[in-house]
Design a protein around this ligand. Structure first.
Ligand SMILES: C[S@@+](CC[C@H](N)C(=O)[O-])C[C@H]1O[C@@H](n2cnc3c(N)ncnc32)[C@H](O)[C@@H]1O
Length: 250
């Protein structure tokens, strides 16, 4: 199992997630970047769902990611003069000469960290790289008990053309290990290219957390101010919330 995203995942990422994700979180993260009023680091920047627009809006933003294929896609979208703002680094041990006003890890980046010690070390490392008063914002999905118990059988979550006459289908399934709090996700990609058919399968694992576990983890970290919201409008958690949106202040 790997957290390094393969090239075909990166290639089709924007097409798939602009459909199923961008309406949910884009306004929130772009607003936070604008309000930071100083250097921003996006950890797990991926193909730059927020990064490209933030640059256009004049943000002093940097990006790190462990997946070269994701950064390659992002680099195609921005002027070369900004490429040195992007580096292959891990959220748990990145290094910069500056301190940040805001560090964000949008769309479940933190869930790729599966070991409790590493989760804590990551929170503390992020803390050390913030200036005083700086914010760390990240999100996780809220575990759905039914999905955890039953798993998710293969679901086609994208089907369509990715270029004229060329088709893509993505089939996703998951099952969860309740004792280790790990969800194994399998993504199968099937696409056509110049009359040939391609198929690839990638597995990754995500560490899910429950509400109070997350609170205890944060309490154990160097952050002593944090809030956990239930959506990207910063509404309180409710029994129907889908995402933990965590805002920590140094
Ligand atoms: C679901 S994508 C989110 C990308 C982007 N933030 C977005 O919202 O579209 C998760 C990203 O986190 C990156 N990632 C996973 N583990 C990481 C780690 N330990 N350090 C830095 N990046 C990581 C992956 O390579 C991937 O690009």
């Amino acid at each position: 199992m790997s957290s390094i995203y393969p090239s075909y995942f990166a290639r089709f990422y924007d097409l798939i997630y602009s459909n199923i994700r961008s309406d949910i979180d884009t306004d929130y993260f772009l607003k936070k970047i604008r309000e930071a009023n100083g250097p921003v680091l996006e950890a797990g920047v991926g193909t730059g769902r927020f990064f490209t627009e933030a640059l256009k809006q004049g943000a002093d933003i940097y990006g790190i990611d462990i997946s070269p294929a994701m950064l390659d896609i992002l680099k195609l979208k921005i002027d070369r003069k900004y490429h040195n703002r992007l580096t292959i680094q891990d959220i748990s041990d990145f290094s910069f000469r500056r301190k940040f006003k805001l560090i964000l890890a949008p769309f479940r980046v933190f869930m790729h960290i599966t070991e409790p010690r590493e989760q804590l070390a990551t929170l503390n490392h992020v803390y050390d790289n913030l200036g005083k008063g700086g914010l760390f914002i990240f999100d996780l999905f809220i575990p759905d008990p039914e999905l955890l118990a039953k798993g998710m059988n293969e679901v086609v979550d994208f089907e369509g053309e990715y270029a004229s006459g060329e088709t893509l289908r993505r089939i996703t399934s998951s099952h969860s290990d309740l004792i280790n709090q790990i969800t194994d996700v399998t993504f199968r990609f099937e696409w056509t290219e110049k009359s040939r058919n391609f198929k690839e399968t990638w597995n990754t694992r995500l560490r899910f957390c429950f509400r109070f576990e997350l609170e205890y983890l944060l309490m154990k970290s160097k952050f002593n101010q944090f809030q956990i919201f239930g959506d990207y409008l910063e509404n309180p958690l409710t029994p129907t919330s889908k995402d933990f949106v965590v805002v920590c202040r140094k």
